[in-house]
Design a protein around this ligand. Structure first.
Ligand code: GDL
Length: 434
C-alpha cells in the first residue's frame, strides 16, 4: 500500500509546464522549499526544454550535462528523489530500432549523471500513428526502456504518462478508444502511470474517481496535479491553498506531484500547503494552511521602504487564489464593488480599493526582485482595473471617462478583440454575444 510517510510515495513537484523552464538557481531554491515543506520528489519535465521534448534524441553537451549532474547531486543532498522525464512522443517512429537505441543512449548518459528514477511522457502529442495501436506502441517503448534500465540499475523506477491523462480525455477517446485498458494490460506492472484527475485542471480529486481509473490501469495512479499550473493563462497565477482533494486520496494513489506556476517565485504557498496536506490529510484545513503559508512567505515581501500591511497582502493573495475560486476576501470585495456601482458614492469601498491599488503599486519596492518581476505584470493589471473603478465610484455621473484608460491602449490588442467574438455561456459552451 502507498502511504505518504513511505519513501515510495512521491510527493512534490513536477516541473512539467510550457514556457520558460526554471533556472538552475530556481531549481536549487525549489529543493530547499520542498525539503522545508516535508516533500520528497522533484520531476524534471519542462515542456520547452529542447532536450526533454523537441530534441529528445540529443544527449547533453559537457557544459549542460555538468549542470544537470550537479542538480541531481544537490537533490540527493536535500534528501529528494530526482526524476528525469523524456517526452519522445512528438516524432517517435513506432517500433524503430534506431529510435529505441537513441532512447537507450539518452538513458545511458542520464544514468551516468546519477539519475535513478525516470519517466516517459506521451501527453500532448499528435495522434497520427497509422499502423497498429498507439497505446501498444507507447507501452512497448516504455517496457523496453524499463527493462533495459533495470539491467543497468536493478532499483530503477519509471513512470509513464498516457496520451489520455484525464477522465474527460479518456471519455472522448483521445489517443484511441480503449487506450487506458490497453495500458492496464500491456504496461509492465512495476511502471507508474500519471493521471491528472477528471480534468486537466481538476477542481476535485475523489477516491471514487481514482478507484475507477485504477481499475482500468490495473494499478494506483500517480497524480500529476495541475491545480496551480498557470501556463494556459498568462494573466493569472495561483497562490491559494492545495484544496479539493479528499483526505483519503493519499492512500489511493502512488503519489501527488504538483505542476505549478511557471514563474518559480510564485509557488511558495502551493508547495507549503501541499506539504501540510500530505503530513496530515485528515486534519488539513485549507484556509488555515493558506494563512500559515502566507505567514512563512511574508518575509519575501520586505521592501526597501516602509513595510507593507499584512491585511493588504492577504487580500492581494486572495485575488490570485485558485483556478475555480477567489479567496474569500477578494470574493467579498468583488461583491462590494459590484453593489457600489449602482449606489454611488461609496467611500468605504473606495478606501479598500485604494489600499489594494497602493499595495500593487508598492510591490515595486520589494527587495526580492525575482518575486517582484514575477508579480509585476499581474499587479499592474489589477492596479489599472482598481484605478478605473475608483474613478467611476468617485464620480456621480453614469458615464465616466479616464485619461489613463483610453481606447486602443487600454484593454486593447488583437487577442482581447478575438476574445470578445465568442462569449462563454452558462452551460460551458461558446456563442457570439447577443
Ligand atoms: C497539460 C500538460 C502540462 C501543462 C498543463 C497545464 C499534462 C499531463 N500535460 O495538459 O504540460 O502544463 O496541461 O496547462 O498535464
Amino acid at each position: 500500500m502507498s502511504l505518504p510517510d513511505s519513501p515510495e510515495f512521491l510527493a512534490g513537484v513536477i516541473e512539467g509546464f510550457y514556457g520558460p523552464p526554471w533556472s538552475h538557481a530556481e531549481r536549487l531554491q525549489a529543493f530547499a522549499w520542498l525539503r522545508a515543506a516535508g516533500l520528497n520528489t522533484y520531476v524534471y519535465a519542462p515542456k520547452d526544454d529542447l532536450h526533454h521534448r523537441a530534441h529528445w534524441r540529443e544527449p547533453y553537451n559537457a557544459e549542460d550535462g555538468g549542470r544537470l549532474a550537479a542538480l541531481v547531486h544537490e537533490a540527493r543532498r536535500h534528501g529528494l528523489r530526482f526524476v528525469y522525464a523524456l517526452s519522445p512522443g512528438l516524432d517517435l517512429r513506432p517500433g524503430d530500432p534506431a529510435d529505441l537505441a537513441l532512447l537507450r543512449r539518452r538513458g545511458e548518459q542520464l544514468l551516468a549523471f546519477g539519475i535513478e528514477h525516470f519517466a516517459l511522457l506521451f501527453d500532448d502529442i499528435p495522434e497520427r500513428f497509422d499502423t497498429g495501436s498507439i497505446a501498444s506502441v507507447h507501452c512497448s517503448t516504455t517496457n523496453h526502456f524499463f527493462l533495459w534500465l533495470r539491467e543497468q540499475l536493478p532499483t530503477v523506477r519509471l513512470a509513464f504518462c498516457p496520451t489520455p491523462y484525464c477522465g474527460r480525455m479518456a471519455e472522448r477517446g483521445v489517443g484511441e478508444p480503449g487506450y487506458l485498458e490497453a495500458v492496464g494490460r500491456e504496461l509492465l506492472p512495476e511502471i507508474d502511470v500519471f493521471w491528472t484527475g477528471p480534468e486537466i485542471i481538476s477542481r476535485e480529486l475523489t477516491v471514487a474517481h481514482v478507484h475507477k481509473v485504477a481499475g482500468k490501469l490495473r494499478r494506483q495512479p500517480l497524480i500529476w496535479d495541475n491545480l496551480f499550473a498557470n501556463d494556459y493563462d498568462g494573466r493569472r497565477f495561483f497562490c491559494g491553498p492545495y484544496t479539493g482533494r479528499s483526505s483519503a486520496l493519499p492512500g489511493a494513489v502512488r503519489g501527488l506531484l504538483l505542476n505549478p506556476n511557471t514563474e518559480f517565485p510564485l509557488n511558495f504557498v502551493a508547495l507549503h500547503t501541499l506539504g501540510a496536506y500530505v503530513r496530515d490529510p485528515a486534519a488539513y484545513e485549507p484556509r488555515a494552511a493558506y494563512l500559515a503559508a502566507l505567514r512563512a512567505w511574508w518575509p519575501h515581501f520586505a521592501t526597501v521602504g516602509a513595510p507593507l500591511a499584512w491585511e493588504d497582502f492577504v487580500l492581494f493573495g486572495d485575488c490570485y487564489y485558485l483556478p475555480y475560486e477567489d479567496g474569500p476576501e477578494a470574493a467579498a470585495l468583488f461583491e462590494r464593488v459590484r453593489a457600489a456601482l449602482t449606489a454611488k458614492p461609496a467611500p468605504a469601498v473606495r478606501a479598500q480599493i485604494g489600499r489594494l491599488r497602493d499595495f500593487c503599486a508598492r510591490l515595486t519596492e520589494l527587495k526580492d526582485r525575482p518575486l517582484f518581476y514575477a508579480l509585476s505584470r499581474r499587479a499592474w493589471e489589477l492596479r489599472e482595473e482598481l484605478d478605473l473603478l475608483d474613478r467611476y465610484l468617485a464620480s456621480s455621473a453614469r458615464l465616466v471617462a479616464s485619461d489613463f484608460h483610453l481606447p486602443g491602449t487600454y484593454r486593447g490588442g488583437f487577442v482581447p478583440r478575438l476574445q470578445r467574438l465568442l462569449a462563454p455561456q452558462p452551460d460551458g459552451g461558446f456563442a457570439p454575444p447577443p
